[in-house]
Design a protein around this ligand. Structure first.
Ligand code: SF4
Length: 329
């Protein structure tokens, strides 16, 4: 198992397969992009699968989520998914993506063993998409969503970040769109993880503001049909349900007390928290010939020292050096 000193146990592994992306979202990176991780530093497909196998077979990992950057840019993604699905006990497998390329890959990924998908969609307006993501790809994202649903991935969730004076007036149309298409929408408070360190609390749209905007059009009731457990999202039934909407209030209503997440970066570092300021290297010992038990031990030690929470609301908070694009969702 992967316990920490606060009684939490990490069972949900987020694997960043690349730091590269084909969008340039304003809350993540500058328009010119970033200096990508050097290729030799990145884990090979075999190395990624070996570490996932150790996590599943020796450390109690029951969920594996592939992230990026943009994981659909990883050439070996389908093979990595298939080899993860072949592990026993079989973990639940999900993907967080910007959706571009899902029209080509959704069926293959589903057949390889992918169970569900989260697609980032922050606006339904092409001009706002261009401003936010600095690319003209909204139709590809919308087609990607439809392809995910058609391929049988379920649920198809939509992740939305609202930014003040940019898309914060789209909460209601985005929810209507998701209700019409059967997608499960979650609004995420913008977090201080952008590469340019430009995050400002005053510019962040809070969960309370999001719920107030939705509450003017919909009846929202807390969904206590399912225990929240370690789920990041607070869930609400929309107009009595069964449709739901989620709010991930990482900053204003943190949920670190029940966190079960641990992360593996594309260059083989364990991050015991999204906001960790230190990492533990597995790539080095792996390439130096460490056996599974030694790698599992290093991984356990990395999680054991996990802090109680992200500390964003502490005056001493310092944003991690590693940007979101190299950590993953
Ligand atoms: S901020 Fe860190 S501790 Fe809190 S929920 Fe996220 S990963 Fe877990």
């Amino acid at each position: 198992m992967l316990p920490d000193s606060f009684g939490r146990i990490a069972t949900d592994l987020r694997v960043s397969l690349t730091d590269r992306c084909n969008l340039r979202c304003a809350y993540c990176m500058p328009p010119e992009g970033l200096d990508w991780l050097p290729a030799p530093d990145q884990l090979t497909d075999d190395e990624v699968v070996r570490l996932i196998r150790i996590g599943v077979e020796r450390l109690g990992i029951t969920e594996v989520r592939f992230t990026g950057g943009e994981p659909l840019l990883r050439r070996g993604l389908a093979g990595i998914v298939a080899r993860t699905a072949a592990l026993r006990p079989r973990p639940e497998i999900s993907l967080t993506t910007n959706g571009i390329g899902l029209t080509r890959t959704a069926g293959t990924l589903r057949a390889a063993g992918l169970d569900r998908v989260n697609v980032s969609l922050d606006t339904l307006r092409p001009e706002t998409f261009r401003k936010l993501a600095r690319r003209d790809r909204l139709p590809d994202v919308l087609d990607g969503l439809a392809a995910a649903a058609a391929a049988g991935l379920s649920p198809v969730k939509v992740n939305t970040v609202l930014m003040r004076d940019l898309n914060d007036d789209e909460a209601v149309p985005l929810l209507r769109f998701c209700l019409d298409h059967g997608y499960e929408l979650r609004f995420i408070e913008q977090m201080p993880l952008d590469a340019q360190h430009g995050w400002k609390r005053a510019e962040m749209v809070t969960a309370q503001e999001m719920l107030a905007a939705l509450g003017r059009e919909f009846i929202l009731t807390p969904d206590d049909s399912r225990q929240r457990g370690s789920a990041p999202a607070e869930a609400f039934l929309v107009d009595g349900g069964p449709a739901r909407v989620g709010v991930i209030a990482s900053v204003t209503r943190p949920f670190c007390g029940t966190c079960d997440r641990v992360r593996l970066t594309a260059d083989g570092q364990v991050r015991n928290c999204l906001f960790a300021r230190s990492e533990s290297d597995l790539r080095g010992p792996l390439r130096a010939g460490a056996d599974d038990a030694e790698l599992a031990g290093a991984w356990r030690r990395a999680v054991a020292v996990k802090l109680p929470g992200h500390g964003i609301n502490d005056p001493s908070f310092l944003q991690p050096d590693r940007p979101m694009s190299a950590i993953g969702g």
